[in-house]
Design a binder for this molecule. Sequence first.
Ligand code: ZN
Ligand code: ZN
Length: 511
Amino acid sequence: MSARFSRRRLLGAGLGVGAGMAIGTLKGSPADATGPAGGSGSTVAITGTTVIDPAGDKPLRDVTVVVRGDRIAAVGTAREVHVPADAEVVDGRGKFVIPGLTDSHVHGSGQEQIDLPLFLANGVTTVRDMNGQAFLYQWRDRIAAGTLRGPRYTVASSILDGSPALLAGAGAPYVEVANAQQARAAVRAAVAGGADFIKVYVRLSPEAYYAIADESRRLGVAFVGHTPDAIPLAEASAAGQRSFEHLFTGWFDTSSAETEIRRRLATIRSGDFNSYFNRTHPLEVLAARTFDPARARKVFRGLAADGSHQVPTLVQHRVFDLPESTTSDSDRLRYLPAATRTSWQDQLEQVYLAGRTAKDAAEHRELFRARLHWLGAAHRAGVPILAGTDTGTPYIYPGFSLHDELRNLVAAGFTRMQALRAATRTPARFLGLRDAGTVRRNAIADLVVLDADPLADIRNTQRVHAVVVRGELISAERREDMLSDVEAAAASGTLAARVAGCACTPVLQAA
Ligand SMILES: [Zn+2]
Ligand SMILES: [Zn+2]
């Protein structure tokens, strides 16, 4: 089916979906006032602090934030706000309060003792997992029910790919759909199985893709994911795809060589996951070198009008483009089981770097600069951007890496406030969480207390002092304990490494 929808219908559908992100998400949404929130019933006060609210404009200085249950009860000066006698008090003097952060692109490792505390300790209070599996739906539901401590989860369907699927043999779960009928059935099955949204992938045919778009719209569920090779970014956006992951195909649309690129791309219809990236590499280089500002303006205007979001996962591109950069955060490796560390090292050496010539390496450095440039141009043109990382792929760390992504956004030309927005206000809106991603009365009480000003230096988001997750205070002391516990769990040797749910980059084939 190749029916296209009118822009009016699409916008209507988009807004409807944006307001709810549909179905399962509502289970854990702040609209559920009876919701769990470990902190329900408790009171927290952060006194004499500076509030940086990306939903507002200027920082509020010398204010007190009071949290009651899972909501912010008050934000105001000492004269305006009474600190309840039973409150757990955080001395906020010299500190900075921002909303809890959202990582809009993660893949669970299956190790709840690792992923969940690492997210929280880093101030990540909401995540969007991009390849649904049974354990993730369980995490989501247990966290929402208050029986497991972790960030709010919203979870994709299994990846829906065309035939032959790119992920065949890559170890990550997927569902292959060859035609419109299978596509519609897969969407219905995913929703019935608990998916919060539908994830599309690289090899979908136009027939299957537009059937997914139509069936998703019919069921009121969002569809998001990679840009299929057979569909230009602008067309996928106009068809209602709500988010586009990574930054490796969007620039085909903005190239003056688009016709040649699409002709060559159409010949890459088979082959495994790893060879795909080698074969598209020259096309990426061509696209980067033929960036056409006039075409880009048109494409970006369309994306902005559609309200579709880009999730560039620059941290993940950085690992692939600049593998030498991975050594700079080796102090984080202690939070990961030995099996994960070994698997990452193997993938880096045997897949990412294998056969890479000096010319390839230089091209990858050029590509990374070009990705920053492309994203900066899209951002300036009003295209909404979400901060996401691709945890589950090598050298992307739950929690920690989101802070690196904020630095990348600033490197691409975002102001520090705009970078914060991409991890707070923008994802809250995207997920239909109207009362999240902001620090104001009645908002959901997801907060991060920082030791230094993120508007002075975006790296200061890494200086996490304490975290409030749905009203529950994770004090500085408790946060240190959480990190020690993760380190101990990682060292215990009892955690089995799992195959990441993603395969967004080349992966080692199972032996
Ligand atoms: Zn991914
Ligand atoms: Zn991906």
